[in-house]
Design a protein. Structure first.
Length: 103
């Protein structure tokens, strides 16, 4: 039982960091990992975000990979980012120099 609580604490810690990303900005999986003290766990962040809908409503669409690429197979991400004023290039990536959250 204690392990499950720790896992849920970790999930909410990651989702809380994602919730802080301002509208019109993006963060990388690695950036969220660093913010939560788990510098080398960017893939863990991705795994948590893939299950985020079970924990509430979070702006997971604002998280991209280290090169600014959107999540594969999630067409809605592009629409959500563009609705916030984030330009998405033809190769399904965003300009991190312009849109990355400076936290």
């Amino acid at each position: 039982m204690k392990t499950k609580i720790l896992q849920e604490d970790l999930i909410y810690e990651i989702l809380s960091a994602v919730e802080e990303i301002p509208e019109g900005k993006v963060a990388t999986y690695g950036q969220i990992a660093r913010l939560t003290g788990r510098e080398k766990n960017a893939r863990l962040v991705g795994k948590v975000l893939s299950m985020a809908q079970y924990y509430g409503s979070y702006p997971c669409h604002r998280v991209v990979n280290h090169a600014g690429r959107l999540a594969p197979g999630w067409a809605e991400q592009r629409f959500l980012l563009e609705a916030e004023g984030v330009a998405v290039k033809d190769n399904n990536s965003v300009d991190l120099k312009k849109y990355q959250w400076n936290c």
